[in-house]
Design a protein around this ligand. Structure first.
Ligand code: PEP
Ligand code: MN
Length: 347
């Protein structure tokens, strides 16, 4: 339920509404707007009796929020959520952003050379896992804190914002300290204690869709983060499990317009994990931008043949450059121009 106050409602009117909501056993979340204040009701599982709020002084209308998720819903907040980063990049709204970099941070030269290549091609956000959630315990697990330090070095050198994954509570503390965006991976989408901790973090969070999560489960997972107070959340469609074996996953293009319709949160597509094959990354990236995605996350490696993880889906730098040229044109057509790095050649 959302209580919309009249434009001239007094702070006393607002206090009264908050008290009534609290007396009913729920929490009140004041949402200041440009025109007027709204007060959201959270903590309820089912319908709330709106009658008590409706007649109060200063109340314009009471809107019932029909979805099981509230804070993430468009009913709750009509305007797109914007996520500004230190280098001028803004995620969400009327622009398209690109996050690129290796699957994992492997060593200084690998990271810095790849970072330079993606920055020159126009990416403004560098990805790279320092803590890797691997299916096999014998696969490359990442460099840990040393990897985070290398990411910070790349940020300083190329003015790239950093996104990197936290796989548990301990790594989240470290990632929060070093990164600009905390990534929660597909395998942790329903790790509710991790989601709650991310909700208390002071940095934006990108929540990847679980391997076989429905859109409702995914939005409810995001709700955990917002419910703890962190409203800077980005959704990431990275493909779901399907019966098909040719590709690693199946990118759910449907999810892009659906999430935009149901939620105010920005949505990024990850065609690297979504396809598992580098020759499919650019076509699916183009499709995602055409479907209205707010950005793309792709894996790029200076030499994918030597990558310690996800080499087959990692782009060569020149493939990344070609993809960026296409995304420039498609994002212009969509009215959401690509945010390009100042380092980019020709821009
Ligand atoms: C990743 O981005 O490197 C990753 C592990 O992705 P996902 O959680 O989507 O599998
Ligand atoms: Mn990967």
């Amino acid at each position: 339920m959302l209580v919309v106050m009249q434009q001239d409602a007094t702070s006393e009117d607002i206090r009264r509404v908050v008290k009534v909501i609290e007396d009913m056993g729920y929490q009140a979340r004041p949402i200041p707007g440009e025109q007027r204040m709204a007060i959201g009701v959270v903590g309820n599982d089912g319908p709330v009796d709106s009658a008590r709020a409706e007649g109060l002084p200063g109340v314009q209308e009471v809107i019932s929020v029909s979805s099981p998720y509230k804070l993430v819903s468009r009913e709750w907040k009509k305007d797109d959520t914007l996520i500004p980063l230190f280098n001028g990049t803004v995620i969400g709204g009327n622009r398209t952003v690109v996050m690129a970099g290796p699957c994992g941070v492997e060593d200084e030269a690998q990271l810095l050379e790849t970072a330079e290549a993606v920055a020159l091609a126009g990416a403004t956000i560098l990805r790279g896992g320092a803590f890797k959630p691997r299916t096999s315990p014998y696969s490359y697990q990442g460099m840990g804190i040393e990897g985070l330090k290398l990411l910070a070095k790349a940020r300083d050198r190329y003015q790239l914002a950093i996104i990197t994954e936290a796989i548990d509570l301990e790594s989240l503390d470290a990632v929060e300290e070093y990164a600009d965006i905390i990534q929660i991976g597909a395998r942790n989408m329903q790790n509710f204690s991790l989601l709650r901790r991310a909700g208390r973090a002071k940095k934006p969070v990108m929540l990847k869709r679980g391997l076989s999560a429905t859109l409702k489960e995914w939005l409810l997972a995001a709700e955990y983060i917002l419910a703890e107070g962190n409203e800077q959340v980005i959704m990431c469609e990275r493909g779901v499990r399907s019966f098909e074996t040719y590709t690693r996953n199946m990118v759910d293009i449907n999810a892009i317009p659906v999430i935009k319709q149901l939620s105010h949160l920005p949505i990024i597509a990850d065609p690297s994990h979504g396809t598992g094959r580098r020759e499919l990354v650019a076509p699916i990236a183009r499709a995602a931008v055409a479907a209205g995605a707010d950005g793309i996350m792709v894996e790029v490696h200076r030499d994918p043949t030597t990558a310690k993880s996800d080499g087959p889906q990692s782009l060569y730098p020149e493939q990344f450059r070609a993809m960026m040229a296409d995304l420039h044109r498609i994002s212009d057509v969509m009215g959401k121009p690509l945010t390009a790095s100042l380092n980019a050649r020709g821009h």
